[in-house]
Design a protein around this ligand. Sequence first.
Ligand code: PBG
Length: 332
Amino acid sequence: MSFPEIRPRRLRQSSAVRNLVRETSLEPRQLVLPMFVREGISEAVPISSMPGVAQHSLDSLRRAAADAAEAGVGGVMLFGVPAVRDAIGSGADDPDGILNVATTALVEEVGDALVVQTDLCLDEFTDHGHCGVLRPSTGSGTEPEIDNDATLERYVAMALAQARAGSHLLGLSGMMDGQVAAIRRGLDAEGFTGTLLLGYAAKYASAFYGPFREAVDSQLQGDRRTYQLDPGNRREGLREALIDEAEGADIVMVKPAMGFLDVLREVRDAVHIPVWAYQISGEYAMIEAASANGWIDRRAAVLESLLSIRRAGADAVLTYWATEAAGWLRQR
Ligand code: PBG
């Protein structure tokens, strides 16, 4: 009798066999493109720490979204970069604010082909860069603190402005307690029962958000550790996802993606709604930088990173490579 009897390599002998037995698929429709639109510019401005990604003007935004639709991408997630900021983020719920104006423009341009989504958070609109409004410290500290419940009122106003602008899906990224329930109630009371809610349930306070801070011209001093999750905590991420599902989220998110694949798998196994993951700016920047140095094969690394996030349990992935990756996937 020959040895070994069990030969798992038989399943890897040719690309035809490998294609047939691959457990995980990656399709353009499972990708969502995050996009930045900046007030007051007439041409796209490149973001140096994210080569290939730009802050868009309204015109370049429309063109890039049309390209994404053409490539078969599932949706776009819009972030606004306002010209003026204040303590409560007034630009966020102003119907003439950049994010709301851009949303209407995009829905008009691609609204039948793509799910047009909007980031619902105050950090791009506040002059202190936090995701909520501040109040004087109530504890032992001297620093101002985030007023959770006052922030919820701002979020509801922002949700209504985004829904009125035509957003199909609101991305609740602020990590305030009760945000999903408060926003669902606020929308339903005004008749927006069809507006989808994505809860950024397990959003970790990550060092890998660095390039995003450039992308949105963030004013943040300090950090977000009193509201975003501690990277050491797996159970707590799961708890947040279960809370968001119970509060009525239609979809939940794990973010960042690659450092938190274990959390992603557990959340996928625990909830009964779609689970998405956000491959964030720092993940993008690392692969771009290594590729630019010739240290890794860019296309292979990008596709492997996306496949890995899908394998860990993401039903869809937010990625800055969405349009390009969709193009590659369609060629295959
Ligand atoms: C906050 C927000 C952040 C990102 C998306 N939404 C930044 C933060 O929490 O500091 C990061 C996305 C990325 O890094 O690509 N509204």
